[in-house]
Design a protein. Structure first.
Length: 281
């Protein structure tokens, strides 16, 4: 039995939710059905599938329609902000009417790569925050090396909405996480929190209120330490739970159950099916 089979077997008692995965990407084209089966075998009860690349804005929705346990989100990533057009915004607003569409994103700022000019990233970020506010959807946030600007824009354009969202693949400081929580955000930790040099992220996870934490894979990116260098997939979210549990003096089952409850509570999901019980007011 290989490492993946061992991992799935040992995770069988975990109740997991992968709060951020790109299951639509071409990296999964050769074995997508098997990948999703492995996720369920590992204990994954829900996946929030992230779409939104220009030209394929609704790429996550077919999976949400086919699988009751998969939900969808979409938005224009800061890398592609330079490509944003009014037609893209109109399409996203229409997609957001779908009952399985839970959040607008991932959106935000990325000053590490600067694939789009920073002023363009900021403008597109603001425009999407305003659209998400209008349709009453929380946001999924990508922020890399841009925390001062990101938080300042939240203060001006989002805090008063009361909608909150998710800080996906969190890489900031404890103070930045706390500012997000004050604005109604959940803090989601990904595979990078398992890396030996990421003690700072584990320290943040140890300190935050348990009810404010989620876990994710960001697959196919950022495989956790036991699988580092390989394609990531939703089943591996179990490794994030196993890594964060001891820093909070919890069993992995407790950490997994708590983060799953946080996700269901935030999105008002039933414990027995994949449908959203009510819309946000």
């Amino acid at each position: 039995m290989g490492k993946m089979e061992n991992s799935a077997s040992s995770a069988a008692q975990l109740e997991l939710i992968d709060s951020h995965a790109h299951v639509d990407m071409s990296e999964f084209d050769s074995d997508r059905a098997e990948m999703l089966a492995r996720a369920q075998a590992a204990g994954v009860r829900h996946i929030l599938a992230i779409g939104g690349a220009p030209g394929a804005l609704g790429s996550s929705l077919p999976f949400a329609e086919r699988y009751e346990w998969i939900h969808a989100a979409a938005g224009i990533h800061p890398h592609e902000a330079r490509l944003a057009t009014p037609a893209y915004y109109d399409e996203l607003a229409n997609l957001a009417k779908h009952p399985k569409f839970l959040a607008w994103g991932e959106i935000g700022l990325d000053y590490h790569y600067d694939h789009s000019p920073r002023e363009v990233q900021q403008r597109v970020f603001i425009e999407q925050l305003e659209l998400a506010r209008r349709i009453r959807k929380p946001v999924v946030i990508h922020c890399r090396e841009a925390w001062p600007d990101c938080l300042a824009l939240f203060d001006r354009h989002w805090r008063s909405s009361g909608l909150g969202g998710i800080f996906h693949c969190f890489s900031g400081t404890l103070e930045q996480a706390r500012r997000g929580i004050e604005m109604g955000f959940l803090i989601s930790f990904a595979g990078n929190a398992t890396y030996p040099k990421a003690q700072n992220l584990r320290d943040v996870a140890a300190t935050l209120p348990l009810e404010s934490i989620l876990i994710e894979t960001d697959s196919p990116f950022l495989a956790p330490q036991p699988f580092r260098g390989r394609r990531n997939e939703p089943a591996y979210v179990a490794e994030v739970a196993r890594t964060l549990a001891p820093v909070r003096n919890l069993a992995p089952q407790e950490l997994a159950a708590a983060t799953s409850a946080n996700f269901r509570r935030f999105f008002r999901l039933s414990e027995t099916d994949g449908n959203c019980l009510q819309t946000r007011r």
